[in-house]
Design a binder for this molecule. Structure first.
Ligand SMILES: [Zn+2]
Length: 132
């Protein structure tokens, strides 16, 4: 059972839309600047579910480019869209606790509660520097 109300989900979906549009616009202008207008055109057209296949393909091509971070975030948002209507959405993937609605509105792609995310990033950073 999810702790999120219908109202929460509507707010989260709106936040998802806003982040996605912002990210797509950023990618689009970056692509246009680098002359990759064929990708920019696909991104410009993606506003609904029907374009998801084209978007997925474009993202696949883009991952070879220099926009890994943006593409990664965009993929996380796409995944959040799919999870939004499932009971799993809003549950921390580490401890299974409820992720507060306010956190999900600020960061709809969040899959961990604040405590677990902090622990994850700490561990992650530790690994990055641990082999020295
Ligand atoms: Zn947690």
């Amino acid at each position: 059972m999810s702790h999120l109300t219908k109202k929460d989900r509507i707010a989260i979906r709106a936040a998802l839309d806003a982040q996605r549009i912002h990210l797509l616009q950023g990618l689009k202008s970056a692509l246009e600047e680098s002359g990759q207008t064929q990708f920019a055109e696909v991104l410009g057209r993606t506003s609904g579910d029907s374009a998801d296949e084209a978007l997925a393909e474009t993202l696949g091509n883009l991952s070879a480019a220099r926009m890994d971070n943006e593409v990664h975030t965009l993929r996380a948002l796409e995944a959040a869209y799919k999870r939004l209507d499932t009971p799993d959405y809003g549950q921390c993937e580490d401890c299974g606790g409820d992720i507060p609605a306010a956190r999900l509105i600020a960061n709809p792609a969040a899959t961990r509660c604040v405590a677990c995310q902090g622990r994850f990033e700490h561990t992650h950073a530790g690994q990055a520097h641990g082999s020295m």
